[in-house]
Ligand binder design. Structure first.
Ligand SMILES: N[C@@H](CCC(=O)N[C@@H](CS)C(=O)NCC(=O)O)C(=O)O
Length: 201
């Protein structure tokens, strides 16, 4: 039995999306921000006390991108998990790129908009917007050459990067200067599997 831990109001949404894309049967355990993550029984599943975490019949995994690449490789078919080692390299590349070049900056902007007013720093948020211009141009330039990150079809690389970028509409990040990336993001987030994932608890 597959169990996915974490509310869809967190990075667990991306792993729910991956599970929905592959169509495998699983149980969703929507632990959230209310203390469950620090309980000994959850810390045995993810000692970091973070979500998401996956239990695949006794194989435990944490780190959302690792979980998603695992789900795609184990349960997905091409094109979601492509068939060549070279394409796998591209999936790793884009997934790590999303986490290291984009995600922390998006979160910084998000926090500086959502925190109580006295803790917000508009300058930090604005610096984040500026910092994102470089990776967003990389994404936009790349997508001008192909419909999806690896070519004509949607893969786990698109899912992972789009899941990172899903914060952009929430923080009202202006993507009008990177319209190809903007359209790609809308197309990815509109997929029925993602819509089912974000509608969960
Ligand atoms: N790099 C980790 C980050 C996990 C993470 O920080 N998750 C957040 C939710 S998005 C969390 O569990 N926050 C609650 C907490 O730390 O108590 C991943 O991608 O899985």
């Amino acid at each position: 039995m597959i169990k996915l831990y974490g509310t869809s109001m967190s990075r667990a949404a991306r792993s729910l999306w991956a599970l929905e894309e592959v169509g495998v049967k699983y149980e969703h355990v929507p632990v959230g921000f209310t203390g469950e993550l620090r309980k000994p029984e959850y810390l045995r599943i993810n000692p970091n006390g973070h979500m998401p975490a996956l239990d695949d019949s006794g194989t435990f995994l944490w780190e959302s991108m690792a979980i998603n690449l695992y789900i795609a490789e184990k349960y997905g078919k091409a094109p979601l998990w492509p068939s060549t080692v070279e394409a796998h390299g591209a999936c790793y590349q884009w997934s790590f790129w999303g986490m290291t070049e984009v995600e922390s900056t998006l979160l910084e902007i998000f926090l500086n908009q959502m925190q109580p007013a006295e803790q917000r720093d508009a300058k930090v948020a604005q610096a984040g917007v500026e910092k994102l211009k470089t990776p967003l141009k990389v994404l936009d330039d790349h997508l001008q050459k192909s419909d999806y990150l690896l070519g004509k079809e949607f893969t786990i690389a698109d899912l992972n990067v789009a899941s990172v970028m899903s914060l952009a509409p929430l923080i009202q990040l202006d993507l009008s200067t990177t319209p190809t990336a903007q359209q790609w993001l809308q197309k990815c987030l509109a997929r029925p599997a993602n819509q089912r994932a974000v509608a969960m608890k």
